[in-house]
Design a protein around this ligand. Structure first.
Ligand SMILES: [Zn+2]
Length: 415
């Protein structure tokens, strides 16, 4: 299946912004840069907003039809495991097989030994084109990497084969993700993880490791930019080498699960993929729902009332809303406006506090992160919220398209 060199995963919690999102990809294409949109929604999101996986397929198809999009596009079963994958199988053609929870679980000792033995030729000093110097890899190191990752890769193989049995070989994009864990994978670990995936015969198209630094939801990257740049470039070198070494699909790409809006690393990513001639899949703009709030606030009237009400309720349910995302947000409670203060805001004040424009002095990352995890409140408003999305569609769509094009597609792929 034709899976383009560049693709971008986008999220849409309430399934109303498919057209506005796709319009940003149309703009990129008009500038000569083809990026395939990949609509993704995880099981957790479906549970919180009470939607079902087929709704994402319906939304994507409708947007593509409405805008006459002729390029490839995909629907991603985001972060599925063996227990959650089945409802996603009919409508998805991209599967993010998440095995992070299986890292460091023990594989059979015989399998660990067999893997290390099979990697005999990569023992000693390993040279990877694009990485300076030789990497010293002892047999013990390979065994240690296998002890940490082999069981997780075997699980990825089990899930892959389960999907393949139902959908048929070559009819979907398999991604393996290990990003939702504490420790980043080093480029050397990535190399041997790819060897394990090849051994499991997973025809991998994208791999999502955990990178160094903090990837909090909806806000910028926090970490050492130089270290990230080095690691990212080395990961690209590792992938290009592993493709040849292990016979993986030639178009295998790195997948960045950005948690949205990692603006400070976008130029590093863009320069690196150009330098290496590499493809890229990047998941971002899961913050589309925040653009809905910005659009509602900017529209004023009932739209602004709803946006304020979402904040007031989110603040009141702080612990409940923050708990599932505690590892990936850093909200400073002292910086959150009181409900009374926010109630007095104009639409412009609300929008500028929320919009991810670091140059604007009103921008409040704590306000933004709390609202980002507060979509449950909007989901529970039901028709009041979705009705407003329809009533204020124009203002919202403008914000959604601009956000994806100006703040994501352009800096990552166009420059
Ligand atoms: Zn992820």
């Amino acid at each position: 299946m034709n899976f383009p060199k560049y693709s971008m995963g986008i999220g849409d919690r309430f399934a109303h912004q498919g057209k506005a999102q796709l319009a940003a990809f149309v703009k990129a294409k008009q500038l000569g840069v083809e990026v395939a949109p990949v609509w993704n929604k995880s099981n957790r999101e479906h549970l919180i907003v009470h939607s079902e996986p087929p709704s994402v397929r319906a939304e994507a198809d409708a947007a593509v039809k409405a805008l006459g999009w002729k390029g490839p596009y995909f629907v991603d079963a985001d972060h599925i495991g063996i227990k959650t994958v089945d409802p996603f199988i009919p409508g998805s053609d991209f599967f993010t097989i998440d095995v992070a929870d299986f890292i460091a679980k023990p594989a059979a000792e015989a399998d660990v030994k067999a893997f290390a033995a099979a990697q005999g030729k990569n023992t000693g000093s390993l040279r990877i084109p694009g990485i300076e110097g030789a990497i010293d890899v002892s047999a013990d190191r390979i065994e240690a990497i296998a002890r940490k990752y082999l069981f997780a890769v075997q699980e990825a193989g089990r899930i892959y084969r389960h999907i393949e049995a139902k959908k048929g070989k070559g009819s979907f994009v398999p991604e393996v993700s290990m990003d939702e864990t504490d420790q980043p994978q080093t480029p050397v670990e990535l190399f041997f993880i790819l060897a394990m995936l090849a051994q499991e015969k997973v025809p991998l198209r994208t791999i999502a490791p955990k990178f160094t630094g903090r990837f909090n939801k909806g806000v910028d990257y926090v970490g050492d930019l130089r270290q990230f740049e080095k690691e990212f470039n080395e990961d690209l070198a590792v992938i290009a080498f592993a493709v040849k070494e292990f016979g993986l699909p030639a178009d295998l790409k790195l997948s960045v699960h950005s948690g949205s809006d990692k603006f400070s690393i976008y130029a590093i990513i863009r320069n690196a993929i150009r330098k290496h001639g590499a493809g890229l899949h990047i998941k971002t703009a899961g913050t589309t729902w925040l653009e809905e709030l910005i659009g509602l606030a900017s529209a004023g009237g009932e739209g602004l009332e709803i946006a304020k009400d979402v904040y007031r309720q989110a603040l009141g349910r702080y612990d409940e809303l923050v708990a599932p995302y505690a590892a990936v947000i850093d909200v400073d409670r002292a910086k959150l406006p009181s409900p009374e203060e926010a109630a007095g805001w104009s639409g412009e004040q609300y929008a500028t506090a929320l919009r991810h424009d670091q140059k604007n002095r009103n921008y409040n990352p704590s306000f933004r992160q709390l609202l980002h995890v507060g979509y449950k409140v909007a989901a529970q408003m039901g028709e009041r919220y979705t009705g407003a999305l329809e009533a204020y569609e124009d203002t919202i769509a403008k914000n959604v398209t601009e956000n994806i094009f100006d703040r994501h597609l352009k800096p990552v792929f166009i420059g």
